[in-house]
Write a protein that binds this ligand. Structure first.
Ligand code: FES
Length: 96
């Protein structure tokens, strides 16, 4: 099972499943991220920095890609509500 490791939560690892968003993985383990737009990929309050394993996330879909461009996110930043595990490996993130 793919894992999400959160560097600034004591490097805790949270197990997820393919096609599950980073936000959902954390939520199911008791960590709720800010979500001003309700998880619709339209704000950046759930932004995370991907330190390792970007290749283990599906590429941004339309809504996320549009917000990334509009808000000027960096290449290693994703929206946790939209970024989904592709099941091929683990991801290491930092919560800004
Ligand atoms: S909660 Fe708004 S973009 Fe993720």
């Amino acid at each position: 099972m793919p894992k999400v490791r959160v560097l600034n939560l004591g490097s805790q690892e949270f197990e997820g499943i393919e096609n599950q968003s980073i936000m959902d993985v954390l939520y199911r383990h008791g960590y709720e991220l800010d979500s001003a737009c309700g998880g619709h990929g339209q704000c950046t309050s759930c932004k995370v920095i991907v330190l390792e394993g970007m290749e283990n996330l599906y590429p941004p879909e339309f809504e996320e890609a549009e917000t990334i461009e509009e808000k000027g996110l960096e290449e290693n930043e994703r929206l946790a509500c939209q970024a989904k595990l592709n099941g091929k490996g683990d991801v290491v993130i930092y919560l800004p």
